[in-house]
Design a protein around this ligand. Sequence first.
Ligand code: NDP
Ligand code: TDO
Ligand code: MG
Length: 292
Amino acid sequence: MKILLIGKNGQVGQELQRTLLPLGELVALGRDGLDLGDLAAVKQVLAQQGADVIVNASAYTAVDRAEADETGALAVNAAAVAAMAEYASAHGALLVHYSTDYVFDGDKDSPYVEDDATAPQSAYGRSKRAGEEAILASGCRALVFRTSWVFSAHGGNFIKTMLRLAGERDSLNVVADQIGAPTSAELIADVTALALAAYRRGALAGGIYHLTASGATSWHGLASYAIERARARGAAIKVDPAQIKPIPTEAYPLPAKRPKNSRLDTSKLSGALDLQLPDWKIHVDRLIEQLS
Ligand SMILES: NC(=O)C1=CN([C@@H]2O[C@H](COP(=O)(O)OP(=O)(O)OC[C@H]3O[C@@H](n4cnc5c(N)ncnc54)[C@H](OP(=O)(O)O)[C@@H]3O)[C@@H](O)[C@H]2O)C=CC1
Ligand SMILES: Cc1cn([C@H]2C[C@H](O)[C@@H](COP(=O)(O)OP(=O)(O)O[C@H]3O[C@@H](C)C(=O)[C@@H](O)[C@H]3O)O2)c(=O)[nH]c1=O
Ligand SMILES: [Mg+2]
């Protein structure tokens, strides 16, 4: 089995380089090997590689920047994905892809299931939904994992930003009315490999699956937890715990609207694979260990 990994240098891509390696012949490309803004190049690389499985870990993930650059977001998150889906459909290849909680409006008061209506509230969310739709419309064999609040030791993410600010500032204001499941790139890549193996032996159907850690917290809960764990491990933390202040979304205005409820119900995937997805804190603890 030949696997083509696109987006090898992102948070999830770096972890996939580890977990896909034992599954077949792996070719991994970063931006220098393939610019997804160049559709002709995407098609040419797909044809040239002739992979059995395409794993797309690349994405335009700058949520606020996408508001002023929806065209750029759509090129990477929809047009390039559509080209991958068309290739997969025409050649019987499997496309493994990732999507986001931001395809939902966040107004539901319980975790979202795969079949819930999407209603993205941001340019990033719309572009990611357009990518999903292109895959579904192509009829290709596909596994699409919607995840949320991704972090890893490599690359930029909310937790690393909070740890940096906690070392510089006396107080922090953090949004407390958006809730979701912080999910490590490590977990996503581990479960992707399990799911891919299960799909290949006929034990998992194609389609959309929600894949996040268990449990949920707010951005404020996540920042507070990570900062206290880092302090406990001796990191240089300046902020006093009482000065990590919970604020409403309206008090932290940003270009892109975020869902209030980002929780995804993962029972479809955990049931199909007989998995117990770990609590979000387990991988946050591991991140703090890796960083210290
Ligand atoms: N990050 C998150 O919180 C969440 C992410 N997801 C989804 O999970 C998947 C993986 O995300 P994550 O690993 O965090 O993302 P990252 O932002 O860490 O990585 C994305 C990768 O895509 C590459 N890329 C972007 N634009 C181009 C382009 N035009 N040509 C070639 N490569 C490009 C980036 O390259 P470069 O480094 O050179 O910019 C980067 O390596 C994505 O589908 C994302 O939408 C879902 C929910 C939450
Ligand atoms: C830096 C900062 C952010 N915030 C808030 C703003 C926002 O509501 C929330 C999260 O901010 P960020 O911009 O880091 O997160 P954001 O980029 O919106 O994260 C999203 O990325 C995309 C790619 C996804 O798919 C989502 O699942 C999600 O992980 O935290 C504060 O309240 N205080 C702060 O000091
Ligand atoms: Mg961000």
